[in-house]
Design a protein around this ligand. Structure first.
Ligand code: 6PG
Length: 267
């Protein structure tokens, strides 16, 4: 892939960067520190994330929702707290290329845990998984043109991936498209469509929701260690806007911060 034009990069990110080039010694890149919200347990973390979603639902705007298993409880709580999502446009940070009724579908997750419990529906922008992955990604890229996310809710894989941006994936080099197709790096072993770094970088707010011991090491590498293309979630720290990591105590066990900072979702 041709290196993006200096002017493009300069105006957008304020520093010249290219995913691989991040490893080449250069003047220290500006990184935005991650704000931690540490909850005593998974329920507390879900409640904190639900609070962020409800605030967005009341304010209105475009939101990218995470897939996987972790956000399930947060979506349920958010629907309970705020049944009117009519001011919201819902996008998916990534999708598995399966039918919307497939149990691996992120749209199905959102439908069952959030949409089915709302009185007033948001506008939902699904990935057209009836198309092949490349065409579905091209359609999603087109649909995302001009969209600025008020919030991107992201998860974190044990391997440090986020959305479907897997370690060392060519998708990490994408500088122009806002969504691309991607090969799975972990189960479910189906093709994916994922938002790219430029799309996520431009989000006004990024919030990670991460729970469980299995994520402790990847949480430390994503939010504390030196960013690397081997830990895609760590790369969002190069963006200007705020990034928050909502963790439960187990996932935060390698971060070295206590959980006294958070007693309830409103703390
Ligand atoms: C997906 C997700 C992915 C997820 C992580 C964590 O489609 O799989 O968007 O990025 O957030 O894999 O998944 P869990 O929450 O299931 O651990």
């Amino acid at each position: 892939m041709a290196a993006p034009s200096a002017a493009f990069v300069q105006c957008r990110y304020g520093v010249a960067l290219h995913a691989r080039a991040w490893l080449v010694p250069r003047p220290r890149l500006r990184m935005t520190p991650v704000d931690f919200v540490i909850a005593p347990d998974a329920e507390g973390a879900a409640a904190a994330a639900a609070g962020v979603l409800v605030e967005l639902a009341r304010r209105g705007g475009h939101v990218a929702l995470a897939g996987g298993s972790t956000p399930r409880r947060a979506y349920e709580l958010a629907a309970e707290l705020e049944p009117d999502w009519s001011r919201v446009d819902i996008w998916l940070g990534d999708e598995r290329c399966v039918s919307p009724d497939d149990e691996r579908s992120n749209l199905r997750l959102v439908r069952e845990t959030l949409l089915a419990r709302l009185d007033r529906q948001p506008t939902v922008h699904p990935v057209h998984t009836e198309l092949d992955a490349v065409d579905a990604a091209a359609a999603y890229d087109e649909a995302l043109r001009g969209v600025v996310l008020e919030l991107a809710l992201l998860g974190l894989g044990d391997d440090g991936h986020t959305a479907s941006l897997f370690p060392g994936s060519p998708a990490l080099d994408e500088r122009d498209r806002l969504a691309v197709s991607a090969d799975p790096g972990l189960a479910p072993w189906v093709e994916r469509v994922t938002m790219t770094l430029p799309m996520l970088f431009a989000a006004r707010q990024i919030v990670f929701l991460v729970v469980g011991n299995a994520k402790a090491e990847s949480a430390h590498r994503a939010f504390v260690s030196e960013p690397s293309v081997q830990i895609p979630a760590s790369l969002v720290r190069f963006r200007k806007g705020p990034t928050t990591a909502i963790l439960d105590r187990a996932a935060a066990s390698s971060i070295g911060r206590d959980d006294s900072a958070l007693s309830s979702p409103d703390a």
